[in-house]
Design a protein around this ligand. Structure first.
Ligand code: NAD
Ligand code: AKB
Length: 319
């Protein structure tokens, strides 16, 4: 019987992954944690506050609940990280080291840790970025993700552990508010389109970035974690491709549902971050090793985002 610990579970990814893991393993087998307490409870089941920098508290939760798998999601995303680089380094790196050391000590069967397209930098090939290529990020967030990937590969090889990872593109979901990422404009745009009919983009009109609708990201995570270990050739983190689009293209897709929608452009510091990331990703290794295949294109995603946000109106997770 698997018993699952999730850190950072109130974020964009965690909010949806908790529900999926509860469906898969049973509600009582999943132990959701976050440094914050939920204001609006999105999921039932176990929840405890936990700071991933507090190794003794993580240890207690692992021991008390006989944890067998960890999904370590807690992190500071790219745009927030640029405002507080040392905080981001501390949480993103020391949180990961705490989890990996405890996973080693308690012989945790599997660990999932998300990497990001932010591992790539200005000198990385921009189109169909390969699995193995130049990775010289110029953001503190990207630096923590490259270091994290190397650390995961090191623990996998040195201690024969099973740590799995995906380089997620920008994730777009309707269940929670954006959390300080550069790609989060593509979540905010839907909220603004529905409440005000207009949006000011922090990126230039033609800045194309790799993105993915959350249901695809959740399915990719579960499929990777279910894959046979022997089939996984990548010990660091898998490239994962969904859809690529620019602010102009997502605005055109939204206009199919809200014809009067207006987008303006006022690029800020996030433009420089976005300009350093790929336009599109080659995920052929993921497709070969564990049969990954994306389901949603831009218009499918737009339709689902608008349909769900119209129903709920209020975003679910408000801190
Ligand atoms: P998010 O910012 O929405 O959520 C992160 C969560 O971590 C928050 O609930 C926050 O309260 C929690 N947290 C922050 N500091 C903590 C600490 N010290 N201890 C415990 N919890 C803490 O981020 P997300 O979008 O849910 O991202 C989850 C993971 O996926 C991160 O590792 C992120 O780098 C990665 N990722 C996300 C995206 C994306 O587009 N959302 C893309 C690539 C990778
Ligand atoms: C961010 O923009 O920081 C994240 C990511 C792509 O890792 N969404």
């Amino acid at each position: 019987m698997e018993r699952i610990l999730i850190t950072g579970s109130l974020g964009q990814l965690g909010t949806e992954l908790v529900l999926e893991l509860q469906n898969k393993f049973g509600i009582d087998q999943v132990f959701a944690t976050d440094i914050h307490s939920p204001i609006h409870k999105k999921f039932a089941g176990h929840f405890e506050t936990l700071d991933v920098l507090d190794i003794n508290s993580i240890r207690k939760i692992i021991e008390k609940n006989k944890i067998t798998q960890i999904y370590h999601l807690a992190a500071i995303l790219s745009a927030s990280a640029e405002k507080s680089p040392s905080l981001a380094w501390n949480i993103n790196m020391n949180g990961l080291i705490n989890v990996l050391d405890l996973a080693k000590e308690y012989k945790i069967k599997k660990v999932f840790w998300p990497s990001s397209i932010a591992v790539f930098g200005p000198d990385t090939p921009k189109d169909q970025t390969p699995q193995n290529t130049l990775m010289n990020p110029n953001t503190i967030y990207g630096i923590t993700k490259v270091a994290g990937e190397k650390l995961c590969a090191y623990y996998n090889e040195k201690y024969d552990m099973d740590i799995r990872s995906l380089r997620y593109p920008g994730l777009i979901g309707y269940q929670s508010l954006p959390g300080g990422g550069t790609t989060d404009y593509a979540v905010e745009i839907f909220h603004e389109a529905l409440s005000n009919g207009r949006f000011t983009s922090p990126l230039d009109s033609d800045t194309s970035l790799p993105m993915m609708f959350m249901p695809d990201a959740i399915r990719a995570t579960i499929e990777l974690m279910d894959a046979k270990k022997d089939n996984l050739s990548v010990k660091s983190s898998y490239n994962l491709s969904g859809i690529s689009f620019s602010p102009k293209q997502i605005a055109e897709s939204i206009r199919k549902h809200i014809p009067d929608f207006i987008i303006n452009y006022n690029p800020d510091f996030r433009q420089k971050i976005a300009a350093s990331w790929p336009n599109s990703i080659d995920d052929s290794v993921a497709r070969k090793d564990w049969k990954w295949k994306v389901a949603y294109d831009l218009d499918d995603m737009t339709m689902e985002m608008i349909r769900h946000l119209k129903k709920t109106k209020q975003p679910v997770n408000v801190f």
